[in-house]
Ligand binder design. Structure first.
Ligand SMILES: [Zn+2]
Ligand SMILES: [Zn+2]
Length: 406
């Protein structure tokens, strides 16, 4: 029986897990019901796992755990699924609809179910595994970020992870085939930095601007100047976005110059170099403009995620693995990166890996709703394909003398 057929045989398990998780969405770092559900499935499969005090993440492993008494032989490959939901009231009317005021509107319920499916397939091969597979169930991808605390808790060490794979359900560009995958070399997801700026001026009467330091005029200069970083300073071949999404100042009157103005925005880039350059220039331009206009300021960047960069060698071999599972027309080489952020980036900074998308497009009321929409729905009948791809990629990475060799 082929691996894809084995995965097809547990399709109903994967659907059951996904729908059970869909009913009990939780957000952030602490997901007690979700973690308990995952732990129960791991226990039923006889898979050992570890939990953590400061968050609901779970590290499970198949193959040698790498204890000092029983040191690991071979390589260690990690498979990662995020497990958190969003503060959205579900409007799908599905029979397995959320039972609370949160929603798995980004499909992380499907990611957990797919990884549990991969775990089941790998567990049945444990005796012949040439190394260790770590399963990382990560909370708080949607914020405040669960990858960093898990890295700090040592999930990538003992045994050290040699390569990793992660997956997101998506409406993959250029295909309508259910269960097709999308992947690309280089940047999969953009870097994602939030910006907060408070311009501190001096308020006064609207008829006497010379007695004030007007933060509204300064804000206008800054918004325009920041766009010049994109249009005049960043290489046009390197995509970057600066969006100032919120500006607040004044008290709704026409003749009071306010003391301060505040703005919020987001910055996206597709490389470490472009990101560092854009952030540096934002700081320099804001400092120069605000000082030039005699005001003061507070500036901070927060909720910062680096870009997710697919490793060239690991991804080349991942594609060979995927072709053992899926026909050529179900493997889409994506032209474009996604400008969204993903905190798997912190894992991918430490370990070479491949992040791929699984096409789970599904109409709801005749329409395709995107992730983070209250009517988002995904086709869980194809998740078994994602599980099979995960398993083949992990097995091939273990069998390679060096996971980085292609
Ligand atoms: Zn999301
Ligand atoms: Zn997501």
């Amino acid at each position: 029986m082929t691996l894809l057929h084995e995965a097809l045989n547990i399709k109903d398990d994967i659907i059951t897990w996904r729908r059970a998780l869909h009913k009990i969405p939780e957000t952030g770092l602490h997901l007690p019901k979700t973690a308990a559900y995952i732990a129960a499935q791991l226990e039923a499969m006889g898979i050992p796992y570890k939990t953590f005090d400061s968050h609901s993440g779970i590290l499970a492993w198949i193959g040698d755990p790498g204890s000092p008494i029983h040191p690991v032989k071979g390589k260690t490959i990690a498979l990662r699924a995020d497990m958190d939901a969003l503060n959205i009231n579900e409007e799908t009317g599905a029979p397995f609809k959320s039972e609370n005021d949160k929603m798995h509107a980004c499909g992380h319920d499907a990611h957990v179910a797919t990884l549990l499916g991969a775990a089941k397939l790998l567990k049945s091969r444990e005796a012949s595994l040439n190394g260790c597979i770590k399963l990382i169930f990560q909370p708080a991808e949607e914020g405040p970020g669960g990858a960093v605390p898990m890295i700090q808790d040592g999930v990538l060490e003992n045994p050290k992870v040699d390569a990793m794979f992660a997956m997101h359900v998506f409406n993959v560009e250029d295909t309508t085939i259910p269960g097709a995958i999308g992947v690309r070399q280089g940047a999969m997801f953009a870097s994602d930095d939030q910006i907060y700026l408070k311009i501190k001026g001096k308020g006064g009467h609207g008829s006497a601007p010379h007695e004030t330091v007007d933060p509204v005029t300064i804000a206008a200069h800054i918004i325009v100047a920041l766009q010049s970083i994109i249009s005049r300073e960043v290489n046009p071949a390197s995509p970057a976005v600066i969006t100032i999404a919120s500006l607040s100042a004044g008290r709704g009157t026409n003749n009071i110059i306010p003391d301060c103005a505040e703005m919020l925005g987001t910055i996206r880039t597709l490389s470490f170099d472009t990101r560092a350059f854009v952030l540096k220039r934002i700081e320099e331009i804001i400092d120069a403009l605000i000082k030039g206009f005699r005001a003061d300021y507070e500036l901070s960047f927060y909720d910062s995620y680096p870009p997710v960069i697919n490793d060239e060698a690991v991804t080349t071999r991942f594609l060979k693995s995927a072709r053992k599972i899926l026909p050529e027309d179900e493997i889409v080489i994506m032209k474009d990166s996604l400008m969204g952020g993903e905190d798997a980036a912190f894992f991918f900074e430490q370990v070479p890996g491949t992040y791929f998308l699984l096409n789970t497009s599904m109409l709801q009321d005749g329409q395709l709703y995107p992730i983070h929409n209250a009517r988002f729905m995904l086709d869980d009948a194809v998740l078994y394909k994602g599980a099979a791809v995960f398993v083949q990629a992990a097995l091939d990475a273990l069998e390679s003398p060096d996971p980085l060799e292609t």
